[in-house]
Design a protein around this ligand. Structure first.
Ligand code: NI
Length: 385
């Protein structure tokens, strides 16, 4: 099947309209209204679980499973610098991650399937989710609201700049990392820079802590366990000759297995505690679990891999490494069989990564996404009814 010119152009138009009208996480009011309108023009019923999302329902003529496919809808607080004719009309808000393209793909799939109910066995839910970029994100709210009740499987995808345009990336098992965040304050005793003997220097203690915690990944996790610990923020002191009273740092932990996250948390606490005791300082640690790892169901993902290989040349379908970024689709994947794949958009003319003010996508990939998911959904429902 090759997508008809008219459909391909329609999908690009959707993407451009949505690109010009980005909205931030939890504020996707007009986006949601626009999507709702489009779905209703196609004849789909719509409903919302949280008031912020919008879901289109397509019932097949024959009985079968209930399958969901999800797109995110939110943009980022970035001043767009692409110079595109359809650049953002909302200052300091930009679709710099590709969620505009995700929506266009899903609208394209819905439009193609809308009048094919006789080919559909089961019920299809087109889930347009709000707030992927924020914590807590839209997925958590949708899961809590009961979105997944009665859904047998869920599909998702991301336009992906690190993979060349035209290539489709798949991976089974843990695919995108879980993301935790932590912050801690070390309480010392301030004083004059010339009289350190009367102080407990929190800057020195902090320095020792930062060096020591880098041993957690390298020395207490298995070398085959992928994880990251990074300090992103550090504050201490206000003047050259004052030893401050306290020092503050915050950072992120990325991991693929829950046990690794628990272990890192424990070691982090133990090292800060030990170093502080050695220097006579005290501390407070705040450790928060964020998105869990995105866990791709092996069967569902093998199915998507086969489908992708039927659509594009076999060598254009690639098994990717785990991605250290996180994605709130992960919440669905911990509840029901889920598969999340990556549609490459990388090109030397567009070297800018996701979340960059000059980020742009290869619009020809939108048609690939529409074709892939239109066929995959029909086939999956037929094979699994
Ligand atoms: Ni994204």
């Amino acid at each position: 099947m090759t997508l008809q010119q008219e459909t391909a152009e329609w999908v690009v138009q959707q993407r451009r309209y949505l690109h010009a009208h980005p909205e931030l996480s939890h504020q996707e009011t007009e986006t949601k209204e626009y999507v709702k309108q489009q779905l209703e023009i196609m004849g789909l019923e719509t409903y919302s679980m949280t008031g912020k999302d919008i879901i289109g329902v397509l019932r097949g003529d024959r009985a079968g499973k209930t399958i969901a496919i999800r797109s995110d809808m939110d943009a980022l607080p970035i001043l767009e610098q692409t110079g595109l004719p359809f650049a953002s009309k909302n200052e300091n808000v930009m679709h710099a991650c590709g969620h505009d393209g995700h929506m266009a793909i899903l609208l394209g799939v819905a439009r193609l399937l809308a009048d094919r109910s006789s080919d559909i066995a089961g019920t299809l839910l087109f889930v347009f989710q709000h707030a992927e970029e924020e914590l807590p994100g839209g997925a958590t709210e949708l899961v809590e609201a009961g979105l997944l009740d009665g859904i047998d499987a869920i599909f998702g995808y991301h336009l992906w700049q690190p993979i060349p345009a035209g290539v489709i990336g798949v991976r089974e098992g843990p695919t995108m990392a879980g993301a935790d965040r932590f912050s801690f304050t070390i309480q010392g005793k301030g004083g004059h820079g010339s009289m350190p003997q009367d102080t407990i220097d929190p800057t020195l203690v902090m320095s020792a802590v930062i060096l020591q915690i880098q041993s957690i990944i390298s020395r207490s996790l298995s070398p085959s366990e992928e994880a990251v610990l990074s300090i992103g923020e550090l504050r201490s002191g206000s003047n050259y000759n004052i030893i401050p009273d306290s020092a503050y740092a915050s950072g992120t932990v990325r991991y693929f297995h829950k046990e690794a996250s628990e272990h890192i948390k424990k070691r982090l606490h133990a090292i800060i505690d030990g170093v502080c005791q050695a220097y006579g300082a005290t501390f407070e640690l705040d450790y928060q679990h964020g998105d869990p790892p995105l866990d791709n169901d092996p069967q569902l993902t093998a199915f998507m891999e086969r489908q992708a290989k039927q659509l594009v040349e076999e060598k254009q379908v690639t098994r990717i490494d785990g991605i250290m970024g996180s994605e709130d689709f992960a919440y669905y994947s911990t509840e029901i069989p889920a598969s999340y794949i990556f549609l490459g958009i990388g090109h030397e003319d567009r070297p800018y990564g996701h979340h960059h003010p000059k980020f742009d996508i290869d619009e020809s990939v939108l048609a690939t996404g529409v074709e892939l998911f239109t066929e995959s959904l029909l086939t999956y429902m037929e094979e699994n009814r």
